[in-house]
Design a protein around this ligand. Structure first.
Ligand code: ATP
Ligand code: MG
Length: 446
């Protein structure tokens, strides 16, 4: 039915981006009634419209509703300036310096309100590879639509009329399960290489296929990702890993050659059978959690992704004669330093990652008081989940993971019986490592 309507509007021809009137698709055709969008975004649109502005729910939310998925959040686009938006809502504030957007609070909901963006001009600031650096001109709705990445992301929903405004045949493309770039894909990737990652992520998440024209240039343009600021890559990486479809995303990233620049060690890890098995298990596990509505922490995720790189460094240091725990500290720092150059792993997340890694050698200690101490660690659960994945991937003995599963659930007497005998030399070694050179809070080594 939608296709029939679209072909009526466009006379059977595919729309040329940027040079035409939009299709205005009524609710009787697309079926999205206004109660499907959040009350906050509805009220923001209504208020702006009452003030004489245009205002629409835009982007991912409209796309998700059209394919029957649950939107993550509801963004609003308007022709009101950030200052006008701010004045219209008591609980609102302007954020961002280069391109200002407004956060409006409606009850518990935070709505991101963006002023229509204008066309990129001759004088648009770009880096030497063509990446757009400044993007701060306002424009018309039509210009705004042409600035978005994929046709499915350039749909505007008006809660008042319940119509979808479609400049780029997005509704038709969604119907055909195609993710199509607006404009010339090469030019759009050059402007912003992250669009290559977005293509892969959105296709995997929404079950769409990337239009061949948008897919073809990716392999050769992948290297452009190297010029993208680390913080931006990290954000996109997180979105990808927490999409609930990370296994599919990563598989496709690898197929497209996009994993090289992304996580400096990822290509190496995926080439080692053990590393690949561990990463894939960890991601499948995360996908499952996310789909069941349970959270995951970025720290846990990155701890998984980087673990085999740590193991490799750790092994090397140990065989060079470095004692076990100081070697682990050194390996962790080396791996995180390399990543930090490419991915802006925040200090807090880096701290979480290290905590999970540092708990690992402690699981090997099953004598005396130490297992009880480990149970009391605030990050025990994350460390234990991590151990389970290591066991499942074959890196450590399954018996070890099973022991810890039993030990947790056992009562006092059973626990006491489970303890292994202290090995001769344990105490001596513990004393010797009390003050290693490079750390204050070293876990006792076995
Ligand atoms: P998600 O479901 O992950 O939120 P999304 O498409 O909503 O997907 P956002 O990052 O929230 O992604 O972006 C909102 C909208 O802004 C997109 O739908 C798209 O129209 C536009 N957009 C985002 N990133 C880009 C980009 N790199 N280039 C062009 N347009 C973009
Ligand atoms: Mg979104």
């Amino acid at each position: 039915m939608i296709r029939k309507f679209i072909s009526r509007v466009f006379n059977g021809k595919k729309a040329r981006p940027g040079h035409h009137e939009p299709a205005v698709i009524p609710v009787s055709t697309h079926g999205i009634t206004r109660d499907r969008i959040s009350s906050g975004s509805r009220r923001v649109c209504e208020t702006l419209q009452e003030n004489g502005h245009k205002a629409y729910v835009v982007g991912g939310a409209v796309r998700d509703l059209l394919i029957g998925a649950e939107p993550k959040d509801f963004d609003v686009a308007t022709d009101a300036t950030p200052e006008e938006v701010r004045r219209a809502f008591r609980r609102s504030r302007i954020i961002g310096r280069r391109f200002q957007i407004v956060h409006v609070m409606m009850g518990q909901e935070q709505i991101e309100v963006t002023t229509f963006r204008g066309q990129l001009g001759e004088d648009t600031k770009k880096d030497e590879h063509g990446r757009v650096l400044h993007d701060n001109v306002f424009g018309s709705q039509m210009e705004d639509a042409a600035r978005r990445d994929f046709t499915a992301n350039a749909l505007y929903y008006d809660p008042t009329t319940e119509a979808v405004v479609d400049y780029h045949h997005g509704v038709g493309d969604l119907k055909q399960k195609t993710l199509r770039m607006i404009g010339e894909p090469r030019a759009r990737y050059r402007e912003d290489p992250v669009r290559m990652l977005r293509a892969v992520r959105l296709a995997a998440k929404l079950g769409l296929s990337i239009d061949p024209e948008a897919k073809r240039p990716i392999r050769e343009m992948a290297v452009l990702l190297e010029n993208v600021p680390a913080a931006r890559l990290f954000d996109e990486m997180l979105k990808l890993l927490t999409s609930g479809h990370s296994v599919k995303c990563l598989t496709q990233l690898r197929d497209e050659g996009l994993h090289h620049g992304l996580l400096p060690m990822l290509d190496v890890i995926l080439e080692q059978p053990m590393g690949e098995k561990f990463v894939m298990l960890a991601l499948a596990n995360t996908d499952e959690r996310i789909r069941r509505g349970k959270g995951t922490s970025p720290g846990f995720l990155f701890a998984c992704l980087l673990w085999h790189e740590v193991l490799a460094h750790w092994e090397k240091l140990k065989s060079a004669g470095e004692p076990k725990i100081p070697a682990l500290f050194q390996a962790m720092d080396t791996v995180l330093d390399v990543q930090a150059e490419k991915l802006a792993i925040t200090r807090r997340i880096a701290g979480d990652i290290k905590e999970i890694w540092l708990l690992q050698p402690r699981f090997e200690q099953r004598a005396g008081k130490r297992p009880y101490g480990l149970l009391e660690q605030p990050r025990f659960r994350a460390g234990y989940d991590f151990l389970l994945l290591r066991a499942e991937s074959g890196e450590v003995d399954k018996e070890l993971a099973e022991w810890w599963t039993r030990f947790q659930n056992a009562d006092g007497e059973e626990r006491a019986q489970m303890l292994l005998p202290e090995q001769a030399g344990d105490k001596k070694r513990r004393r010797r490592r009390k003050k290693p050179a490079n750390a204050g809070s070293v876990p006792a080594a076995e």
